[in-house]
Unconditional design. Structure first.
Lengths: 343, 77
């Protein structure tokens, strides 16, 4: 189906468009972070905002996450709706108290009297040799702690919808965007992330996964970049007679366990692709979700393709060896689809 | 009538090569004159190209291809 007046956006443009549209209708929304004004964001996600809304609403900050993330929490508690950027998720260490102890918990500690309607957007992911402090995903670290919603889009349509939903949500939302999907060239390009995006504002429901590809032999569950690895593997597998279903989680919190379970109930086989560290994270959570359902029969043990439990190397060969990729996903699918089904 | 989509001389400073980092419309799609259709990157700077005419887009140079000023990257018919 050809779209009349097709308008593909990169995820970066989609995020900026969502912020601009919300800022036009709600004066409480403002954006803050390092290099998000003049430069339009090092990842292109705030381009054009300072020109339209000015420096009071689009604020460049000093390199002091401890200060400005805390300031965003205070502003949100005081009636504003900040969208604040933590440039690299790896930097969360210096401001995590403001995130998981204040932002996430103040509504509970105040008996519901004080809400913290803020969006914390942050870049994740590696693959371009930016080493151990600039390449992490840390999905599990944020998803594990109660009190904050966590989303991560795999394409521009979801990016705009999730950002709009996040800004309108009265709960704190962590919006994680994978660097390799932004459309920034030097971070790697993924053409499949650039899709048609409607001009009007719309929401993508937070907490709802999407079936990125339907299939019947094996379910691959992932988020952000992992979805693209799964889709590429699925194409290769199709030619080999293996029908792959790909689930794009889109949200980690709330987690759409029903969609995951329904898919594995159908296929009987599960692979989780997770660019975050292997242990104690998203991949384990998805597998546990399926195993504890009680009415799902697995035809093979579940598999996870995740980053090993080791700091991310700077050396190109070492990092590429560790990262999930379509070849690893396809190899795992072949193995579990050819395992004899227990009688 | 065919209109070339050519990387203009004034798109960026210098004569270095650049890379098409994103096509913002699909091959065969209908585009409007003035609509954003491609992002061209040099070093770490992104540049934008708009459609020089309205009509059907034919992509000649793909995403990730290295191009230069004067390169015809697509056509509109």
């Amino acid at each position: 189906m050809t779209i009349v007046n097709e308008r593909k956006l990169t995820i970066a443009r989609a995020m900026a468009e969502a912020m601009a549209q919300e800022m036009r209708i709600d004066p409480a929304v403002f954006v803050m972070g390092e290099d998000i004004a003049q430069l339009g964001g090092v990842f292109g996600n705030t381009r054009g905002l300072v020109d339209e809304f000015g420096k009071d609403r689009v604020r460049d900050t000093p390199i002091s996450e401890t200060g400005f993330i805390s300031a965003a929490v205070g502003a949100a508690m005081d009636g504003m709706r900040p969208v604040v950027e933590l440039m690299f998720v790896d930097f969360f260490g210096v401001c995590f108290d403001a995130i998981y102890n204040l932002m996430a918990k103040n509504i509970y500690f105040s008996g519901g009297h004080v809400t913290v309607p803020m969006v914390l957007m942050t870049s994740t992911g590696g693959g371009y040799s930016d080493a151990g402090q600039h390449s992490q995903c840390l999905y599990g670290s944020f998803a594990h702690l109660p009190g904050m919603k966590v989303v991560s889009p795999s394409n521009a349509y979801d990016a705009k919808g999730l950002m709009t939903a996040a800004i309108r949500d009265n709960s704190p939302v962590i919006f994680m965007f994978h660097k390799g999907l932004q459309g920034m060239g030097w971070l790697g390009t993924e053409a499949a992330a650039n899709v048609h995006v409607p001009e009007d504002a719309y929401e993508v429901e937070i907490g709802k996964a999407a079936i990125a590809r339907e299939g019947s032999d094996v379910t691959i569950v992932s988020i952000a970049m992992g979805v693209h690895h799964a889709l590429k593997a699925a194409k290769v597998l199709e030619a080999e007679g293996i029908s792959t279903e790909v689930v794009d989680l889109r949200s980690l919190v709330p987690l759409d366990r029903d969609t995951v379970r329904a898919s594995v109930r159908k296929t009987g086989r599960l692979i989780v692709v997770d660019e975050d560290y292997h242990s104690y994270g998203v991949s384990g959570e998805i597998i546990a979700t399926v195993c504890e359902a009680g009415d799902i029969t697995l035809k093979a043990p579940p598999r996870r393709i995740a980053y090993p439990d080791v700091p991310i190397a700077y050396a190109h060969g070492m990092e590429q060896f560790c990262l999930p990729n379509p070849e690893k996903v396809a190899a795992a699918a072949r193995e579990i689809c050819r395992t004899a089904v227990p009688a | 009538m065919t209109t070339d989509i050519r990387i203009p001389e004034d798109l960026y400073d210098g004569d270095e090569e650049s890379v098409i980092t994103a096509w913002l419309a699909s091959d065969g799609a209908t585009v409007k004159e003035g609509a954003l259709i491609a992002e061209i990157m040099t070093a770490k700077v992104q540049n934008e190209m708009t459609a020089p005419a309205s009509g059907k887009l034919t992509i000649l140079k793909q995403q990730d291809e290295v191009v230069a000023k004067g390169t015809v990257i697509g056509q509109i018919t």
